[in-house]
Ligand binder design. Structure first.
Ligand code: OAD
Length: 226
């Protein structure tokens, strides 16, 4: 059985990482286009570097939560693929082995000239003057607003082969990621785990109103009791 998890920022909320939207969301304190767009980079790349250096330091200190660990444990019973919008590495650190990062990875830097020139940087800052092998400034390996999402086709194929799809921690407001739920084949069981129900125009969705930690414990218990 193929189980696909589509996760968003709420997945890491219980690890102490802020979500983007809502009252206490990150985008209340920042202008998205200043820090997460090619225009923002062209206007003030030092501000962009500072923004992601802060995110990287926070992520380095955060730990996977019960939800991340429950998802990793599901590999005992299912072929699990995690398709995440998150740039953190908490699914990896919890032990999940098959993960697609739709919006990039904070622990990597890439050339601002050639997008496939990618470097592992761990939790270290990227500073002005840190160059790639071609001599151009390194930027975070993050997909910004207005940029292509290179992993979207691979993710769509994975979702189209799912027997069970669990959507969690995402407000489903950002495309093309939000559109992935429509790739689920007919007959695929769809679950939603979120304390606040996002609008999901798909019939027959099974909803667990809970945070990811408690929600995935409930989900695992339900699935195991079948
Ligand atoms: P959002 O901040 O838009 O949505 C967070 C979702 O998590 C909401 O539905 C919350 O109700 C839910 N949530 C809150 N606490 C939770 C918990 N403990 N457990 C489970 N769910 C919880 O985040 P995303 O949908 O991930 O993109 O945002 C999508 C994209 O927008 C991000 O990848 C990022 C952002 O701009 C880029 O930066 C390119």
């Amino acid at each position: 059985m193929r189980l696909v998890i589509l996760s968003g920022a709420g997945m890491s909320a219980e690890s102490g990482l802020q979500t983007f939207r809502g009252n206490h969301g990150l985008w209340n304190g920042y202008n998205i286009y200043e820090v997460a767009s090619p225009q923002g980079w062209a206007t003030d790349y030092k501000l962009v570097l500072e923004f992601y250096n802060s995110r990287r330091r926070e992520i380095g200190k955060a730990l996977p939560n019960t939800g991340h660990r429950a998802i990793a444990a599901l590999e005992q019973w299912f072929e699990v693929v995690v398709v995440t919008q998150n740039i953190d590495d908490l699914h990896e650190r919890a032990g999940s082995t098959d993960i697609i990062h739709l919006h990039g990875e904070i622990t990597k830097a890439r050339s601002s000239r050639q997008s496939d020139l990618i470097y592992e940087i761990g939790y270290n800052d990227i500073n002005p003057g840190d160059f790639c092998a071609l001599g151009s400034q390194l930027r975070p390996h993050i997909v910004w607003f207005g940029e292509e999402v290179p992993e979207i086709s691979r993710a769509a194929k994975i979702v189209s082969q799912a027997d069970i799809l669990v959507v969690t921690g995402t407000s489903l407001q950002v495309y093309p990621a939000a559109g992935l739920i429509h790739e689920a084949p007919s007959g695929c069981e769809i679950w939603l785990i979120d304390p606040e129900r996002p609008e999901l125009k798909i019939p027959g969705v099974q909803y667990i109103q809970a945070g990811a930690g408690e929600g995935f414990q409930q989900f695992t218990a339900l699935i195991k009791s079948r």
